[in-house]
Design a protein around this ligand. Structure first.
Ligand SMILES: *[C@@H]1O[C@H](CO)[C@@H](O)[C@H](O)[C@H]1NC(C)=O
Ligand SMILES: *[C@@H]1O[C@H](CO)[C@@H](O)[C@H](O)[C@H]1NC(C)=O
Ligand SMILES: *[C@@H]1O[C@H](CO)[C@@H](O)[C@H](O)[C@H]1NC(C)=O
Ligand SMILES: *[C@@H]1O[C@H](CO)[C@@H](O)[C@H](O)[C@H]1NC(C)=O
Ligand SMILES: *[C@@H]1O[C@H](CO)[C@@H](O)[C@H](O)[C@H]1NC(C)=O
Ligand SMILES: *[C@@H]1O[C@H](CO)[C@@H](O)[C@H](O)[C@H]1NC(C)=O
Ligand SMILES: *[C@@H]1O[C@H](CO)[C@@H](O)[C@H](O)[C@H]1NC(C)=O
Ligand SMILES: *[C@@H]1O[C@H](CO)[C@@H](O)[C@H](O)[C@H]1NC(C)=O
Ligand SMILES: *[C@@H]1O[C@H](CO)[C@@H](O)[C@H](O)[C@H]1NC(C)=O
Ligand SMILES: *[C@@H]1O[C@H](CO)[C@@H](O)[C@H](O)[C@H]1NC(C)=O
Ligand SMILES: *[C@@H]1O[C@H](CO)[C@@H](O)[C@H](O)[C@H]1NC(C)=O
Ligand SMILES: CC(=O)N[C@H]1CO[C@H](CO)[C@@H](O)[C@@H]1O
Length: 576
């Protein structure tokens, strides 16, 4: 329950803070722009800085790739020969692998980070289970909404072992009720006083960051200075959000994103979109003049907490759900149908609205989505919306930009004419149990939008119960360590198919998929064993009758099917 948001202290803070300019501040501030800076870059390619970083990462990954493949020991495949050819031209040959973490609030965060823990070679049992080491060969990691936590946290933790990072999250602490809410509002007021838009996302972002970003006041543009990022120890993080503007559809007085609205991405070097262009992340919030430069540049608007809030800005939907009794504001990440009313969220909506209206005289529409000065269109601020509201609960877009040349994507959880595998409709996914067990898409290049190898192969892992019912409400804000371990263990079992007990060829098949697109580049053939496992684990492009209209997905534990949800709940009374 939400007990307090202490208003009087907050009011005092609002009047006390006049000119925030310190570097350890949440508030953005102005500096002299570097001479000759060109702010907006046309989106023709990835930035030079990203290309150079990826070059470094690919070189750093070669040994990890060799270790992973040796451990996997794929049947009827000459690993030594493959590695010899890869080493001969690392930039061209090392597979480019991305991890896409879907949205879904706390549930997505915990399931996703459990997946990362499973594929981290430093996790006990991960190498034995044949998935450990995949983290070490990821080039990119992308996320949105709650999926932004597992994406932001590792880099700010200097890519320390994922299990240690999770321990640092202290998941048993509720960052909304156990923390001192005043702190969140005090820093938001600093931003307000500095003349920038503030919204509920600033508030939520502070709470999220307190959990997952060590030190909290960190910026995305400082990532390139971090030792772990500098020595290429982990994947390149990207977060994405959709957007709204004054032409967006309106529901009950609030803008909602349309499915064709522009998407924006944050990465350590740049912020922007593949439609409008990119600006240096360090100077986000600076509006360029006619010469694409400026005298004063905004800094510090790229606070990690604000970035987390900006990609999880679903307040408009929470509010719509609350006022419409669940008839408006349906997320693409929900299972469909009318969601169970969530009294926690209702309460939070009411309290936060109250604070913002009482102390800023802001209306709900003014606070529901965050905006920043727009480098791409000076006439209108750029306003973020949660990507899950715009038909995409999985952040594919940044990973399938042809410029990033991604070969293989892991997805925990359709694109715009970009190279991507064809995926079957939901009815077919359900009929084939792809919502209960992992599946690969696009192994056959004919089953991709481009009909060639420019499309990555995608591994899709639906969050399903293996050893634990991990379908918590997305609005969960904390859990006991026993619950957290249950969820993390469930992700381990999902990734490894119960250490192979449910499917003895799956982990080999993941390895086959990881290197498949690179085989052609080094002039080698897909092995018979990989061909065989693709037959088994890749969607073959055909459609069956699908499921019937009255189909209900009500799975039992894959590793203990006799234990019904009702019985399990009785054994775990604290978890509902
Ligand atoms: C973050 O910055 C704010 C000022 O904006 C400061 O009050 C707070 O103590 C800082 N937090 C940490 C963890 O350094
Ligand atoms: C799989 O292995 C992990 C790590 O060794 C272990 O914790 C887990 O219980 C195992 N799961 C099954 C289903 O055997
Ligand atoms: C953008 O937001 C700022 C801060 O709220 C505001 O002062 C400014 O007028 C807005 N600009 C436009 C073009 O709407
Ligand atoms: C890279 O940096 C991290 C963080 O400082 C450090 O723990 C790790 O040992 C370094 N790795 C290499 C290969 O130097
Ligand atoms: C404004 O929103 C509309 C509707 O979503 C979208 O089609 C359009 O591209 C957006 N314009 C800009 C400049 O973002
Ligand atoms: C842009 O550049 C031109 C040519 O150098 C100069 O005359 C003009 O004043 C510049 N505009 C601004 C806003 O600085
Ligand atoms: C909201 O839905 C609940 C459950 O269906 C119903 O009991 C309640 O009357 C509805 N409230 C409004 C305001 O429509
Ligand atoms: C609050 O804002 C409304 C417009 O939204 C305005 O009419 C009203 O005067 C404002 N009240 C105060 C106390 O500033
Ligand atoms: C899907 O799973 C259900 C329940 O375990 C099973 O009855 C059905 O045969 C499976 N369908 C396919 C296509 O594997
Ligand atoms: C793709 O389709 C073409 C034309 O039908 C066919 O010749 C080719 O063998 C197919 N490739 C694969 C990998 O199935
Ligand atoms: C979790 O899944 C079980 C089994 O399908 C279902 O009965 C239960 O209602 C679900 N819980 C939530 C919170 O969705
Ligand atoms: C897009 C935009 O400008 N959003 C809001 C920024 O904050 C002011 C209030 O100070 C609102 O009026 C704007 O709508």
């Amino acid at each position: 329950m939400i007990s307090h948001i202490a208003l009087p202290v907050f009011l005092a803070a609002a009047t006390a803070l006049a000119s925030p300019s310190s570097t350890d501040s949440y508030a953005p501030y102005y500096v002299d722009c570097p001479e000759d800076i060109q702010l907006v870059r046309q989106p023709r390619s990835t930035s030079l800085a990203e290309s150079e970083w990826v070059h470094g990462r690919q070189a750093q990954m070669v040994d990890s790739l060799g270790r992973y493949l040796e451990n996997l020991d794929l049947a009827d495949f000459n690993t030594a020969e493959y590695m010899r050819r890869v080493r001969a031209d690392v930039d061209y040959s090392v597979p480019v692998i991305g991890w896409a973490n879907s949205g879904g609030g706390w549930r997505a965060a915990m399931t996703g980070v459990g997946g990362l823990q499973a594929i981290d070679e430093r996790t006990a049992g991960a190498r034995e289970a044949k998935v450990g080491g995949l983290f070490q060969i990821l080039t990119y990691i992308a996320g949105l909404s709650g999926g932004s936590w597992p994406v932001s946290s590792p880099v700010f933790h200097d890519y320390e072992p994922i299990s240690e990072m999770i321990a640092d999250w202290q998941v048993d602490v509720d960052r909304f009720t156990d923390a001192d809410d005043d702190d969140y509002f005090e820093v938001i007021v600093e931003k307000y006083t500095a003349g920038f838009n503030i919204s509920v996302s600033d508030f939520l972002g502070r709470a999220f960051a307190t959990q997952v970003i060590p030190g909290v006041n960190r910026t995305w543009s400082s990532i390139p200075e971090l030792p772990g990022f500098k020595n290429f120890s982990g994947p390149f993080p990207i977060l994405v959000a959709s957007s709204i503007n004054t032409s967006s559809p309106v529901e009950d007085g609030l803008y909602v994103p349309s499915w064709d609205a522009p998407w924006y991405e944050w990465n350590p070097f740049e912020f922007g979109s593949w439609a409008a262009g990119f600006v240096p992340t360090k100077y986000v919030g600076t509006v360029p003049n006619e010469n694409n430069t400026a005298e004063k540049c905004v800094e510090n608007l790229d606070q990690a907490s604000f970035v987390l809030g900006s990609v999880a800005s679903a307040w408009n939907y929470w509010y719509l759900e609350a006022v419409s009794n669940d008839t408006l504001g349906t997320f693409s990440k929900r299972d469909g149908g009318v969601a169970k009313r969530d009294s926690y969220i209702d309460e939070l909506v009411e309290l936060v609205d109250e604070v913002f209206s009482e102390y800023f005289n802001y209306t709900v529409s003014q606070i529901s989505n965050p905006s920043i000065p727009n480098a791409f269109n000076p006439d209108e601020n750029l306003t973020f919306a949660d990507g899950s509201e715009a038909g995409q609960s999985i952040p594919f877009l940044p990973l399938i930009q042809p410029e990033r040349k991604v070969d293989f994507i892991y997805v925990l959880a359709k694109a715009h004419g970009l190279p991507f595998p064809e995926v079957p409709p939901v009815r077919e996914m359900l009929a084939r149990n792809y919502t209960l067990k992992p599946v690969l898409f696009g192994c056959n290049t004919n089953l991709t939008t481009t009909r060639d190898a420019t499309s990555p192969i995608v591994a899709y892992f639906a969050n399903a119960p293996y050893s634990w019912y991990s379908n918590y409400s997305w609005s969960t804000t904390n859990m006991s360590s026993a619950e957290a371990n249950g969820v993390l263990q469930n992700s381990f079992n999902l990734l490894t198919q119960g250490n192979g007990t449910l499917d003895s060829t799956w982990t080999d098949c993941l390895g086959c998929a990881a290197i498949d697109r690179s085989l052609a580049r080094v002039g080698m053939q897909r092995s018979q064993a990989c061909e065989q496992c693709f037959q088994e684990h890749c969607w073959d492009g055909t459609l069956t009758a699908g499921v019937s209209d009255d189909f209900v997905l009500d799975p039992s534990l894959a590793l203990d099917p006799s234990l019904s949800y009702a019985e399990w709940s009785e054994q775990h009374p604290d978890m509902d």
